[in-house]
Design a protein around this ligand. Structure first.
Ligand code: GLN
Length: 310
């Protein structure tokens, strides 16, 4: 016996949200109400349930809409993240396409972008006036960081690299979608297999920014099923101490970065100390951890590392 989907013409958006919230709760699906609200709103052509016109809350849905809600909700029952179900997600006010297994941008990463923007506003760059830096993003995923920097820094240019083919094609798609393709150079490349960096189309950069894979390998098992079953582990697993890619980026700094350039990283709360002592034993890199910022939960999660070669 299968529960019958609610009959066409008899269920309103509000009733559907309550129905699926109950089903999700019973099946232990996290964020049950948010998930059902997003799905119902999406099928009705809105981003959030709250932004639906109140007239649509109570109006009977068509059988096609009901079927669509049924189909999308069944994916949520399989623990698919809502971002992949909807196929798009907002980051820094940009609507980005989301396709599994490309890493879904997290809200805290918006804080990293905001920090970079603050820093850029305070400096002037050789190519022009403040706001015209050349930026390299390592591990661009969907393009969230690169594209939001480009859209808020009209004079900037970005080189975005990722080792995942799906990530590269999604960054291309999102760049086109947002009409930012003219200032971004998207390169399919695995940083860890590069000994020397010869790929920069415009020479050393002003800024390197990255939300690298930084999860400690032994913590990968504990990730939520949404992450474990759908997102590319290569975007998450940072090796034994979560530092594999971080240290790669830092070690390449002399080749990547201008002498007074900066690196902005999102990391695990255990990393500020680990990175600081890693840097102290490598003075030849001329890199200093100049500032650590906390995320909105109060955990130290963002690093500003500056190169100051005399
Ligand atoms: N914060 C991410 C998570 O919770 C991990 C991001 C990363 O490794 N870059 O899954």
């Amino acid at each position: 016996w299968q529960p019958q989907p609610p009959l066409a013409g008899l269920s309103s958006a509000t009733e559907l949200v309550s129905h699926w919230t109950r089903v999700f709760e019973k099946r232990g699906i996290p964020e049950a109400r948010e998930s059902s609200e997003y799905i119902v709103a999406h099928v009705l052509g809105a981003k959030t349930f709250q932004s639906l016109r109140p007239a649509l809350w109570t109006q009977p849905l068509t059988s096609q809409q009901l079927q669509c809600i049924q189909e999308l909700s069944s994916r949520r029952l399989q623990r698919m993240p809502v971002q992949y179900i909807l196929g798009e997600w907002d980051f820094q006010g940009l609507s980005l396409r989301m396709v599994p297994p490309v890493f879904i941008p997290r809200p805290e990463t918006e804080e990293l972008v905001e920090w970079v923007l603050e820093e850029v506003a305070q400096r002037s760059y050789a190519v022009g006036s403040p706001g015209s830096p050349l930026i390299l993003e390592v591990g661009c995923g969907s393009g969230a960081i690169s594209l939001s920097l480009l859209s808020q820094l009209p004079q900037s240019r970005v080189i975005a690299v990722d080792k995942g083919e799906a990530a590269i094609s999604l960054t291309h798609e999102n760049a086109q979608r947002l009409q930012l393709q003219d200032r971004i150079w998207i390169i399919h490349l695995d940083m860890t297999s590069e000994r020397s960096w010869t790929h920069l189309p415009w020479g050393p950069v002003d800024l390197v920014v990255s939300n690298p894979p930084y999860i400690f390998h032994q913590d990968m098992e504990q990730l939520a099923p949404e992450i474990r079953s759908y997102e590319d582990p290569a975007a998450l697993d940072g090796g034994e101490e979560g530092m594999d890619i971080i240290t790669h980026i830092l070690a390449l700094a002399p080749q990547l970065l201008k002498d007074s350039g900066s690196i902005f990283l999102e990391v695990d709360p255990r990393h500020p100390e680990l990175v600081s002592s890693w840097l102290q034993s490598r003075p030849e890199l001329y890199l200093n951890l100049v500032a650590v910022r906390k995320d909105f939960c109060g955990r130290p999660r963002f690093l500003h590392i500056q190169r100051s070669r005399p």
